[in-house]
Design a binder for this molecule. Structure first.
Ligand code: HEM
Length: 453
């Protein structure tokens, strides 16, 4: 934590620039860490000790591995439950309503945060250390900026554009499985397959070099942690190193494309004319989000799927007999063990939700993973059933204007990847204890040992 005491004694924060003087860097990192993670960590740990539900969700190690019992306690407590971070909901109806409502937004004006915290946010603001959960990433900005960013990239993710990638996804999956065929003993399916496929696909789609994939995976794994509040210092520093490396790569890559543009999405983004042009910061935020969201989430879907299916071998066998069932099986995995567990919104105006009047500024944390097990929508919700008729009613891809841009791509990747691995290795079994990633917002496996049969 920084030892700064009074905002009045402090110099004005220097304007954020892409390359701050090296001497300033540690001070900026300290300021950033203190407000984004150090203070929240202390606050959330205290809340968790008091039994606060969101405190426990974000801090308690046992809840990280198994959040569903706590979700049920929250559900029993009502549709909107007070917590250390505003209100929290496990209800499908309320989650859907909040996500779709114009009265809620993702943004908040950091420039108006008063006092020392506001100063530290401004002082610590640095492009090269910024992650996907910081503006101007479209994930955390409201319309009209959100509409502008999303429109620029959505053409690459239309159903038609996505479908055109199917042969490439198949080829990539087959090549990875060819490599696995020779493996003697148990292999880590995350390392060798579930993590590799999404990064190769999104790199190809964005036109970034696939031979840097091990770098992306390393940087992305560290940076994914920044989606969670209250990181310990060491993990934050590792995440920041990942972010810096990613931004440095992107800067060089943009320079290359400006000199020698290709026929890809990123070339188009760097070359936007006149009024449409993105600032340097907007460009970094947009491409970093596409790249990171493209592989840091789908890996979790694939790992969660293999573990769920391994626990329900009869369903796995039925899918091999009837591969047309894979599309619905993917929906059921998204519902049953959601790769993105939570998000949040802030009321922009006074608004009524679930019969309660919420004043402007109220924060609502929506537990996507809990909404997806709401018995009002899903019969016997803790049962994994790949033939569930309404599995697709899940909210694993969020809702409203921020509905996942890559949902179609993720669905296609998962269907192709799971079908391919099941056909190639019908005797595949989890062999050893899978290890969960140490993350709260994202839910997936870090290590998944399997024997290939
Ligand atoms: C299983 C895989 C995936 C899951 C579960 C997932 C989930 C989500 C969720 C929950 C959100 C919205 C968060 C919120 O409302 O606050 C989101 C947004 C987004 N996702 Fe995905 N995602 C997945 C795969 C992908 C892929 C493959 C891409 C490809 C680039 C992608 C790109 C995005 C983008 C760009 C956004 C921001 C959209 C916006 O703010 O308008 N996602 N995703």
């Amino acid at each position: 934590m920084t030892t700064l005491t009074s905002p009045q004694q402090l110099p004005a924060a220097p304007a954020p620039g892409p390359r701050p003087a090296l001497l300033l860097r540690p001070a900026r990192t300290a300021a950033r860490y203190a407000v984004r993670h150090g203070m929240p960590a202390v606050y959330l740990a205290r809340a968790a000790r008091r039994g606060d539900p969101v405190g426990r969700l974000l801090r308690d190690p046992a809840v990280r591995d198994e959040p569903y019992a706590l979700h049920e306690q929250l559900r029993a407590a009502g549709p909107l439950v007070p917590s250390a971070l505003g209100l929290v909901t496990a209800s499908h109806a309320v989650t859907q309503e909040v996500l779709r409502s114009d009265a809620f937004g993702v943004g908040w004006d950091r420039s108006r945060v008063p006092g020392l915290v506001g100063w530290a946010l401004r002082f610590g603001d640095e492009l090269d250390a910024s992650g996907v959960a910081e503006p101007p990433s479209m994930l955390v900005v409201d319309p009209p900026d959100h509409t502008r960013f999303r429109r620029l990239v959505s053409r690459a993710f239309t159903p038609r554009a996505t479908a055109a990638f199917e042969p490439m996804i198949r080829r990539t999956a087959d090549a990875l499985l060819d490599d696995l065929s020779g493996a003697g003993g148990p292999v880590d399916l995350v390392d060798r397959y579930a993590a590799q496929l999404p990064v190769l696909v999104i790199a190809e789609l964005l036109g970034v070099p696939t031979d840097r994939r091990e770098d992306f995976l390393r940087w992305g794994a560290a940076a994914a942690a920044t989606l969670d509040a209250g990181l310990p210092l060491r993990r934050y520093l590792a995440a920041e190193r990942g972010l810096r490396a990613m931004h440095a790569f992107l800067r060089d890559h943009f320079d290359r494309l400006r000199r020698d543009p290709g026929d890809d999405l990123v070339s188009r983004l760097v070359g936007l004319p006149g009024e449409e042009a993105l600032t340097e910061r907007e460009l970094h935020a947009t491409v970093m989000l596409l790249l990171g969201a493209g592989f840091e989430t789908t890996v979790n879907l694939l790992g969660n799927a293999v573990v769920a299916l391994d626990g329900h071998r009869d369903q796995w066998a039925a899918l091999r007999e009837e591969p047309a069932g894979w599309a619905n099986a993917v929906e059921e995995v998204l519902r049953y063990d959601s790769p993105v567990q939570l998000t949040g919104r802030t009321a922009r105006t006074d608004v009524e939700v679930a019969g309660r009047r919420l004043p402007a500024g109220t924060r609502v944390t929506v537990l996507l993973g809990a909404a997806n097990r709401d018995p009002d929508v899903f019969a016997d919700p803790a049962r994994f059933d790949v033939t569930r008729r309404n599995a697709r009613d899940h909210l694993a891809f969020s809702g409203g204007v921020h509905y996942c841009l890559g949902a179609g791509l993720a669905r296609l990747e998962a269907e192709v990847a799971l079908r391919a691995v099941s056909e190639r290795f019908p005797g595949l079994r989890v062999a050893g204890r899978p290890v969960r990633r140490d993350l709260r917002t994202l839910r997936g496996f870090e290590v998944l040992p399997v024997s290939l049969g």
